[in-house]
Design a protein around this ligand. Structure first.
Ligand code: KG4
Ligand code: ZN
Length: 347
């Protein structure tokens, strides 16, 4: 079964064709970064307008690269939540219209479940590796969300912990914006940090691990410390301007990752589940990837770099799983800015 996946929840206009929920036949991601760069962040109005201009061409290109015409598709999937409403509506409405006009089954997908699905995708059968069996611990880290969860199936997730304020990607973006490190913040800080000393500043970890906050996260304290009270956390003498920037980036990044890992490892210890599957834009972070790789007692699965950020392939792959189970969505389904259907439960 070949599924066309459409993703337009934020600033990537993306479409892909995936076969049997596993093999990527094509994946086209048209990024809007140059249009948002001047504002150091995504401008929702610009995002939805660009999606409207591009979606048709992007979908056509995905079909073309897969060597298919519209008749070669067996189903259409699109992100319906969470994300920017105006942007979501463009891809969702396009996908519904495509499915309706060709008499194809349509399925609406949750963007965060799709991020979790991304590591299951490969380009060719020879790249196939065994995907870990359920249950595993999910680490969902993006610009809008930071979620540590217990994953029982592709659509059954229990949230163990989440951020009580900023998402981790948002903290990277805000720190980068303040210091003028560039956009998107996470990518720029990751690169700059390679030249810096992560021990130059010691920023505080949030004090949250009490009561029902066992696995929760917080980034507003770190963000404030890095932006407003830098001098207070300095542990080495000021360096030259360029080295200083790299030191700030490296120290911030190390602390941001430590905050994630502290809650993640607590969840691993308490649940006894030692397999972790990561997803979302921040899963591309080199410090996070190397820190988890060094834990030889854990089985950590990351998507390839090109599937960490938003893409249509993860939507097509996830959509296939529902369609294979005989489920479709109503063409009346609406977009939603928020995650839904994730159960919040503390063990
Ligand atoms: O999943 P994604 O592409 O979009 C959302 O669903 O939000 O994630 C985007 C986020 C942004 O905050 C971006 O700065 C961050 O992922 N990001 C990174 C890296 N690459 C992207 N954060 C840290 N290190 C990276 N290498
Ligand atoms: Zn995303």
């Amino acid at each position: 079964m070949k599924v066309l996946g459409i993703e337009s929840s934020c600033d990537e206009c993306a479409a892909a064709v995936v076969e049997n929920g596993r093999f990527i036949l094509s994946s086209v991601v048209a990024t809007q970064i140059p249009f948002h760069e001047a504002w150091n962040g995504v401008v929702p109005e610009i995002a939805s307008r660009k999606h409207t201009e591009w979606i048709m061409t992007v979908a056509e290109e995905a079909l073309k690269q897969a060597g298919l015409g519209p008749d070669g598709i067996d189903g259409v999937a699109a992100t319906s939540r969470p994300g920017l409403l105006g942007s979501l509506l463009v891809g969702l409405t396009f996908a519904k219209a495509f499915a309706f006009s060709r008499g194809l089954p349509f399925i609406a997908c949750d963007h965060m479940l799709a991020h979790l699905y991304a590591p299951r995708l490969v380009h060719a059968p020879e790249q196939e590796t065994e995907f870990p069996p359920y249950p595993f611990i999910g680490l969902l880290v993006s610009g809008g969300h930071s979620i540590i969860c217990r994953v029982e199936d592709f659509d059954t997730v229990t949230v163990l912990g989440t951020t009580i304020d900023d998402a981790v990607g948002e903290a990277f973006d805000k720190v980068a914006k303040f210091y003028g490190f560039g956009y998107p913040g996470g990518v720029c800080i990751d690169k700059l940090a390679t030249k810096g000393d992560s021990g130059a500043f010691r920023f505080p970890l949030p004090n949250l691990h009490k009561g029902s906050h066992d696995y929760d996260l917080s980034y507003s304290g770190l963000k404030t410390a890095v932006i407003n009270q830098l001098e207070q956390f300095r542990i080495k003498k000021p360096a030259s301007d360029e080295a200083e920037k790299a030191n700030i980036a490296a120290s911030f990044q190390k602390t941001a990752v430590d905050i994630l890992l502290r809650s993640l490892f607590r969840a691993v210890d308490d649940t006894g589940i030692s397999t972790i599957v990561a997803g979302g834009g921040v899963a591309a972070n080199s410090c996070l990837r190397s820190s988890l790789a060094s834990r030889k007692d854990l089985h950590c699965v990351f998507p390839p770099l090109e599937l960490c950020g938003d893409n249509g392939a993860m939507i097509a792959g996830l959509g296939y799983q529902y369609l294979a189970r005989g489920e479709t969505s109503s063409l009346n389904v609406s977009a939603s800015a928020r995650v839904s259907g994730f159960k919040r439960k503390y063990p």
